[in-house]
Design a binder for this molecule. Sequence first.
Ligand code: NAD
Ligand code: MG
Length: 396
Amino acid sequence: MNRPLQVTVLGATGSIGLSTLDVIARHPDRYAVFALTGFSRLAELRALCLVHRPRFAVAADEAQARALQQQLREDGLTTQVMSGEGGLSEVAAHPETDVVMAAIVGAAGLKPTLAAVQSGKRVLLANKEALVMSGALFMRALRDSGAVLLPIDSEHNAIFQCLPSAYSQGLGSVGVRRILLTASGGPFREFAPERLIDVTPEQACAHPNWSMGRKISVDSASMMNKGLELIEACWLFDAHPNQVEVVIHPQSVIHSMVDYVDGSVLAQLGNPDMRTPIAHALAWPERIESGVSALDLLQIGRLDFQAPDDSRFPCLQLARQSAENGGTAPAMLNAANEVAVEAFLNRRIRFTEIASIIDDVLNREAPVAVGCLEDVLAADRCARERAGQWLGRNGR
Ligand code: NAD
Ligand code: MG
């Protein structure tokens, strides 16, 4: 047996990070934890270090890193603690790490995820925002470095599983007609438009099928999550936006489908538990136990499908338009959304104003072509500034 693969978990204290560590702990012969990173939850990061005994840990800033280093020494661990963006990129690109789970939420994950791709790792991509922002650079770095990118987002993992390995030569050449991206519809799927005005962060974060971080939960409620996933699918599978169709499927049992020119539709099914795509990506092309129970179709009984309602959930259309406009449009969409979601979680704006802010930002700034990372970062800064101006103009 070869030595265990060394895994760096970026965003270890989050929902995906914890699920990843759960799967890894089931297979100590195959995987060892090389580095763990956290941001605000220092006590949780310490507890994870005690269990997994990584070579490195990365905390938010120097003060937190010093505090954690002291605690870990007292705990008798030799873990070395680093800090900030530099520390994140260092563990992501470290020559002794084989696999990087990119599970930081939002634009903060862009640089370390890119660092992992550029240094040719097996990259397990949960941090969809990184790809949405910088898809062209990301995919170019992937080709140049020979890194292996495996999608963790359940939909993209499902699509990957339903495609033949030659898909990278073009969807048309392997007979794909459309990608059918399934969406649960979120907690407000059946809410009338007038009820959406008054929904709270607590209601938005109570997803019917999945337990996730707060930002992605709000994105799921607004359908921006599906919009980001549409853009993610275009980059991962080299698809045109009009080849990706969104289908509401409230049970979240089918995780997405691929429709072929001969009329065949392939689907991947499973219980809604992220340990399935995580285990798939860790072991690919092999299969390992994930801890997820077998799917009981008789218990589920039925699978329903509906068309998405763009008038109640305008974020999906905003994302589709950004995908079509290209250039820096998706980075601006993402940044405006991050500012808006945070403002909603802090009760500064109404749920329905998330889309208003994004629409305003996209109308004020024309996208430009992306040549280098600075183009993406500049678009991100500009959109955050514009979104801040919206908040100011509207007295929030
Ligand atoms: P989460 O909020 O539970 O965890 C986020 C992690 O990122 C935490 O470890 C946090 O410490 C870290 N983090 C936050 N801000 C940071 C910063 N500025 N610098 C460094 N680290 C920072 O989120 P999650 O639900 O685990 O989602 C993580 C990513 O995975 C997101 O991009 C999300 O869209 C994607 N994803 C999640 C799920 C899910 O089921 N949770 C499914 C598909 C995709
Ligand atoms: Mg998803």
